[in-house]
Design a protein around this ligand. Sequence first.
Ligand SMILES: Cc1cc2nc3c(=O)[nH]c(=O)nc-3n(C[C@H](O)[C@H](O)[C@H](O)COP(=O)(O)OP(=O)(O)OC[C@H]3O[C@@H](n4cnc5c(N)ncnc54)[C@H](O)[C@@H]3O)c2cc1C
Length: 376
Amino acid sequence: MRHLDPLNNAVTLEAGCILADVRALADQHERQFPVLLGSVGSCEIGGLISTNAGGTGVLRYGNMREQVLGLEVVLADGRVWNGLRALRKDNTGYDLKQLFVGAEGTLGIVTAAVLKLYPKLMVSATAMVSMDQVGHAVELLQYLQRTTGGRVETFELMSQSQLQIVLRHGAASGSPMAVEAPWYVLLELADSAADWNAVESLETALAAAMENGLIGDAVIATDQAKADRIWNLRHTISESNKREGFTVSNDTSVPISALPEFIDRVTRRLQRELPNAQVAHCGHVGDGNVHVIVVFPYDIGDAQVREAAAHEANTIVHQESVACGGSISAEHGIGRMHIDRLPLYTSEVELDLMRRVKLALDPDRMMNPVKVLRLP
Ligand SMILES: Cc1cc2nc3c(=O)[nH]c(=O)nc-3n(C[C@H](O)[C@H](O)[C@H](O)COP(=O)(O)OP(=O)(O)OC[C@H]3O[C@@H](n4cnc5c(N)ncnc54)[C@H](O)[C@@H]3O)c2cc1C
């Protein structure tokens, strides 16, 4: 750490700091740094900035882009740009720092950053609820945000097919839900005001949601162990899917209101065109970012067959996402994997602007030349 300014709720850090350490540092100063994702123990601030990482906190705090107040960057020509300003308002020309956020290292090397901090959360309540349709999850989110004063900290959707895979391979302690349903939401309310009764507020809100027919069943965690058991279902998805079969995971986003239509369309098409695959869903309803996961049996074939299957699954998910007004990459970026897909779903004007920015900052094409954009 270079500097922590509690009254400005800001911290200046080296790019190599590990996310878990940054979160612990904020905690020591009665603050929180809200970015949280599965790689918390290994990912670095420079990587998080360069991928504009998301995670479960985007709903309330925005993604990494929203956390960055300033940057220090080594440019392709060797100069160091010191943009380590800790300002909430700064309209002095172009917002250069945002060019480097999400650029995947193609425009410069981030060496330090000024990041926002927030009041430390003192109380929280976790629940798992079930529902018949995705539309009810979208409505429930709106309802909870309105009735709890924006205190929804996390709101994660999971399909029954995804829960079954997790239960087969990951969470040995089983599902807390008494009755099966097509869809589940794992959610958390939280606040920095220690005297706010989170559990009571959640109980009241969910009782009303049940009365209105939005949810079928609800389990509210009464202690941390029960909350951990619920979140364990979410955190073991990735490894459970890998054990289940050859997994093709997608990272698309659509407008939140289009989620029900997108999930319906993409699921039907995948089931019709890839009948040997299981389709599972999990993700962040509040970001319109639900991962569509296609799991093929491990004995589907050799590497070439797998590659073709993955290509087919990706194409279906991307096409349906774009047809619903969405993006082919909500949080994982373009990297090398999607470099040839980007032009398929991006206008020529947009591609031209991106190439000009790249060549203006890195005319010799030294910075991560194999990522994001193919240059002529
Ligand atoms: C288990 C797991 C769960 C994940 N969950 C999520 C999730 O929920 N949401 C989400 O958005 N992402 C998720 N991710 C991906 C996440 O984006 C990355 O883990 C993280 O953001 C990247 O940080 P890193 O330090 O690992 O970067 P790396 O993987 O090392 O690098 C990522 C990219 O950034 C570039 N880069 C790295 N450091 C710098 C720098 N200092 N300057 C310029 N360029 C740099 C690299 O060249 C590369 O292109 C997950 C990853 C894992 C492994």
